[in-house]
Design a protein around this ligand. Structure first.
Ligand SMILES: NC(=O)c1ccc[n+]([C@@H]2O[C@H](COP(=O)([O-])OP(=O)(O)OC[C@H]3O[C@@H](n4cnc5c(N)ncnc54)[C@H](O)[C@@H]3O)[C@@H](O)[C@H]2O)c1
Length: 336
């Protein structure tokens, strides 16, 4: 049993707090938002982000970040990706050497092209930063539906410690040293999920969806390999696993936002309607920049950017993708 804290009281922070609590850890959940803390303290439920799931009294809720992170075996960073840098900077004065921090946010910082663990390490250079990711919708994890994910860490010792803290009979955790591969899959899939929603909103069918997921995965793999990620990771839970769930699940906010755009809403209207941060919109620009930086061809990512930021219609974007040069599916094909 360890003292652990979760920073961020949205759907995912709470679902993970429940797993840690179920495993016998002492859990503190911090939120910056007074209204969220009040709701959780009084109703023991986040009726906006995770309705219908009760948070036991044994989980402490606080808005005091200094006491929340004080002397904790593990700190889980579960704020939305755009708040990862500011939250990391806020806890800097309270962090001990080699503090284990588990990032669960998904995204790439647009200006720096850093992953979330890069950002945390940048703000907290002495911390032992790892990542937990996979096909893991909070709505299902919090209901005890069997879910698998992967923890990436620099050392096996840290990976196993985090695995032990989270793993139980419904939440199975693998470990891996490939932090970069885990984070890339989790971030770029949000861009493909926006496209998946758009296809659905426009009224395309299952063939188009399967094609998008497959070719989207090809783009993620090309970029990941160019950046040094392991192909097994990209084919694993945090790569293809997360891509499948995000493109197909009713719980995916990126897919929902894309669908609303496919039905005619503007980007801003769709983001407002979804009411949560639509991280794929930010990751889209970052993914395009990474593709340019690493000389990788990412046509779907380019078309998503054109629809999001250049007023290109979805039908024009589809026509551009369908009208590309004729290709071989594999690159090192040997013909008889
Ligand atoms: N929801 C899921 O099922 C799920 C699963 C895996 C990973 N994730 C990732 O986890 C992260 C959090 O997701 P979520 O669904 O809990 O998001 P959310 O939008 O429900 O919650 C984000 C939380 O961030 C916090 N926050 C808001 N403004 C803040 C600020 N200015 N400073 C600091 N904190 C602030 C709040 O506590 C808020 O509840 C995201 O990066 C997401 O991609 C989510």
């Amino acid at each position: 049993m360890s003292d652990v804290c979760v920073l961020g009281a949205g759907a995912w922070g709470l679902a993970l707090a429940l797993e840690l609590n179920k495993n016998g850890n002492n859990v503190t959940v911090w939120t910056k938002l007074e209204s969220e803390a009040e709701m959780l303290t009084n109703q023991r439920e986040n009726t906006i982000s995770l309705p219908g799931i009760k948070i036991p009294e044994s989980i402490e809720i606080t808005t005091d970040i200094a006491s929340a992170v004080h002397d904790k075996a593990i700190i889980v960073l579960a704020v939305a990706s755009k708040f990862i840098r500011s939250t990391s900077a806020t806890i800097r004065p309270y962090i001990k050497d080699k503090q284990i921090i588990v990032n669960v946010a998904k995204g790439i910082e647009e200006d720096t092209l850093m992953t979330m663990t890069d950002i945390i390490s940048d703000e907290l250079p002495t911390a032992d930063v790892c990542v937990l990711s996979g096909p893991t919708h909070a709505e299902e994890v919090s209901r005890g539906l069997p879910t698998l994910c992967v923890v990436g860490a620099k050392s096996k010792t840290t990976a196993e410690l985090v695995q032990n803290a989270f793993m139980n009979d419904t939440f199975r955790i693998y470990i891996s040293p490939d932090i970069l591969g885990i984070e890339l899959g989790g971030s770029i899939k949000n861009v493909i999920a926006l496209a998946a929603g758009m296809l659905d909103g426009v009224g395309f069918g299952d063939n188009s969806m399967a094609a998008l997921i497959t070719r989207g995965m090809a783009e993620i793999t090309r970029l990941g390999v160019a950046m040094g990620a392991k192909i097994e990771t990209l084919n694993g839970l945090s790569g293809v696993g997360d891509l499948i769930v995000t493109c197909q699940s009713q719980h995916s906010r990126n897919r929902r936002a894309g669908k609303l755009m496919g039905q005619g809403l503007t980007r801003e209207e769709a983001m407002a309607e979804v009411k949560q941060v639509v991280e794929g919109v930010y990751s889209a620009k970052a993914a395009k920049k990474l593709a340019t930086k690493y000389g990788v061809n990412m046509p779907i990512v380019n078309e998503v950017n054109a629809v999001l930021f250049e007023n290109k219609s979805m039908n024009e974007a589809i026509a551009s993708l369908m009208g590309r040069d004729r290709k071989s599916e594999i690159t090192d094909a040997e013909w008889r």
